[in-house]
Ligand binder design. Structure first.
Ligand SMILES: [Zn+2]
Length: 195
C-alpha cells in the first residue's frame, strides 16, 4: 500500500464492540487450553524421562499431576472469567513483605480495591498506581469475563481504562496508546456486564 496518510483509529461502534468482546473471550479460552495442553505434554515427557519407560506407574503419576494442574488452572481461570457490577467499598495499600536475593527483608505496597458486587460478594482487586488514582471510593465498577481490568460504569472524567492492559487513557483516542487495543463503545460494555 502506498497510502501514507493513515486514518486515525476510531472508537468501535456497538456492533464492533460486541464482536471484539466475543473474539477476545474466545482467544483467551484458546490460549488457556493451549497452555494447559503444552504443560501437560511437558509433565508427561518429564515423568517418562524420570522413569525411563512407559508403564503403569507413569500413567498413574501423569494422571495425578494433570489432575492437580487442572484444578489449579481451573481455579485461577475462574477468577478471571467473571462478569459482574459492584461498588468500591474500600481502597488501601496492602503491605507486602519481601525477601531479597541476599536474604535482606524489605517492604513494598500494592494498591488494592475491595468491591461489593450486586450479588453481595466481596471481590479483592489488585490495582496499579495509576488505577489507584483513577478510581474513587463508592464508584460503581464492572468487569467483563476474559478481560483483566475494572472500569467505571460512569466515565466521570476525560479518561477511561484499557480493559486489555489496564492503562488509563483519554476517551475518544480510538485505541489504547500503550497496547493498541481498540477503544470499545462504553455503553455496550456496561450493557454486556449487566446482562
Ligand atoms: Zn492497552
Amino acid at each position: 500500500m502506498t497510502n501514507k496518510y493513515q486514518e486515525p483509529a476510531k472508537p468501535l461502534n456497538p456492533e464492533q464492540t460486541r464482536a471484539w468482546l466475543s473474539t477476545y473471550a474466545r482467544h483467551s479460552r484458546i490460549y488457556a487450553w493451549g497452555f494447559f495442553t503444552v504443560v501437560s505434554a511437558l509433565i508427561f515427557g518429564l515423568i517418562w524421562w524420570e522413569l525411563g519407560e512407559i508403564n503403569e506407574d507413569l500413567i498413574y503419576s501423569f494422571a495425578f499431576s494433570i489432575l492437580i494442574f487442572f484444578l489449579l488452572a481451573y481455579g485461577s481461570r475462574k477468577k478471571t472469567t467473571q462478569t459482574w457490577t459492584g461498588n468500591i467499598e474500600k481502597m488501601f495499600m496492602k503491605k507486602i513483605k519481601n525477601r531479597g536475593a541476599d536474604g535482606s527483608r524489605y517492604i513494598t505496597y500494592s494498591p488494592i480495591a475491595q468491591v461489593r458486587t450486586q450479588q453481595g460478594k466481596k471481590q479483592t482487586i489488585r490495582l496499579t498506581q495509576k488505577l489507584y488514582q483513577y478510581f474513587s471510593l463508592g464508584d460503581e465498577v464492572f468487569t467483563i469475563s476474559g478481560l483483566d481490568w475494572l472500569e467505571k460504569t460512569t466515565l466521570d472524567h476525560g479518561e477511561r481504562v484499557c480493559l486489555a492492559c489496564g492503562n488509563p487513557y483519554q476517551q475518544h483516542s480510538g485505541q489504547c496508546p500503550r497496547c493498541g487495543a481498540p477503544e470499545p463503545d462504553h455503553t455496550t460494555l456496561v450493557q454486556w456486564a449487566k446482562k
